[in-house]
Ligand binder design. Structure first.
Ligand SMILES: Nc1nc2c(ncn2[C@@H]2O[C@H](COP(=O)(O)O)[C@@H](O)[C@H]2O)c(=O)[nH]1
Ligand SMILES: [Mn+2]
Length: 382
């Protein structure tokens, strides 16, 4: 049977197309789609969704297993939105103090007890299912300090508005835990210490089960990580503005865009920077720190493998952005938004990303736009 391969990114880099074709040429690939925000990755392009039979490829999930988005409604009252705007700078400073951001910054306290208990339960469950005791111990030691930390690069926390509503969106993943496990399994599957970032499929069922087990733990860890930070923002908002809301009640979605899921019958779906968009499923598609995020609902389109873009996608590499974007232009673009605008974040400026409204048009058959959220405060680790 011919493979069903679809590309929804018209202006695709040559290297990304080559990567997609290389991945699709494997005989265990049965269907694939490339999302409109696609760009070059290190093996599978970012934006690739690949269905396989009897094979799981850790490098197609990547290092940041479980990276994704959480969206929470803070308030639907105009007066409260105005209050958040008035106190934006104070809130910015408070969250900067409360949530560790940037590489190598860890948290060891201040997380709600039930989050820490939840993490312990997940670790216990993992211990009962794994045969890799040493690996489990490392994962345990890495989990606690990483819980509730944002990371760096394009991970972000954002407060946004839409009409009278005020929203919180957080983009982060499984942090050092996922990175360690991805490296461990890529090395184990390839049998190499170098050059392991390549298409090595796990075809041995026992090894596949172990990867899927640890991968699932990372997905759950990432959900807890985002939730943990959202609860800290809730606390900071209450302390600075007096506004009270319940994150758990107002949660719109918390889901990931880097994973491999089992579809049953030995079928697996890899998403490397793509959001699941089953019929009626909620999602968040971010653009950049100026243009904000879209809240969307999936249409369950099989051509897209029930997926959508996970963002706008980069149009400049970090090096290109540092070279080409002027700090004054960045400052001008971000007028009215409280954010870390400096030389260190220039590679995260809106100009570094594709036009998200164009990306949305290219996937109108996969997701329906529910709301467009515009940022008023943005945090990034650098
Ligand atoms: N609303 C915001 N969107 C942002 C910001 N920085 C990046 N982005 C978008 O997120 C995706 C995430 O990509 P990933 O591969 O790291 O998961 C990226 O493509 C951008 O479109 C931001 O500060 N605010
Ligand atoms: Mn991500």
């Amino acid at each position: 049977m011919p493979k069903k391969l679809k590309i929804f990114c018209p202006a695709l880099e040559e290297e990304a197309l080559k990567q997609f074709n290389d991945c699709c040429s494997k005989d265990f690939v049965i269907q694939a789609a490339l999302m409109p925000d696609a760009h070059t990755g290190y093996v599978a392009p970012i934006g690739a969704v690949i269905k396989t039979k009897r094979a799981v490829v850790p490098a197609w999930v990547g290092y940041d297993i479980g990276c994704g988005m959480i969206a929470v409604l803070i308030s639907d009252k105009k007066a409260e939105q105005i209050l958040v705007q008035e106190k934006a700078r104070q809130l910015f400073n408070q969250v900067n103090r409360d949530i560790p951001m940037g590489a190598g910054r860890y948290v060891a306290q201040g997380r709600p007890n039930f989050m820490v208990d939840e993490l312990k339960k997940k670790l216990q469950k993992l211990k009962e299912s794994t045969t890799l005791d040493k690996l489990w111990e490392t994962v345990r030691d890495k989990s606690n300090p990483n819980l509730g930390t944002l990371g760096s690069g394009n991970h972000f926390i954002e407060i946004l508005t839409c009409d009278d509503e005020t929203w919180l969106v957080i983009h982060s993943g499984s942090r050092g835990v996922g990175h360690y496990l991805a490296t461990y399994f890529m090395k184990a599957v390839s049998g190499r210490n170098k050059g392991y970032e390549a298409t090595y499929a796990i075809e041995n069922p026992d090894q596949r089960d172990e990867y899927m087990l640890y991968q699932k733990y990372c997905l759950e860890f990432a959900l807890l990580n985002r939730l943990s930070m959202a609860l800290k923002v809730e606390k900071a908002i209450k302390a600075v503005t007096g506004i009270q809301y319940d994150t758990m009640k107002n949660l719109w979605t918390n889901k990931n865009h880097n994973h491999c899921i089992s579809l049953g019958n030995d079928l697996y779906l890899h998403r490397k920077g793509a959001t699941s968009s089953d019929k009626g499923e909620r999602g968040v598609i971010p653009g950049n720190m100026r243009d904000g995020c879209y809240l969307v609902e999936g249409l369950g389109n099989d051509d897209f493998l029930c997926s959508s873009s996970h963002g706008a996608g980069r149009q400049m590499s970090r090096t290109q952005a540092r070279k080409n974007v002027k700090l004054e232009k960045f400052q001008e673009a971000m007028e009215g938004i409280v954010a870390p605008i400096c030389r260190k974040t220039i590679d995260e400026s809106p100009f570094a990303y594709k036009d998200v409204s164009e990306v949305m048009k290219l996937q109108k058959d996969s997701v329906k736009i529910i709301k467009r959220l515009k940022p008023i405060i943005n945090w990034k680790g650098f």
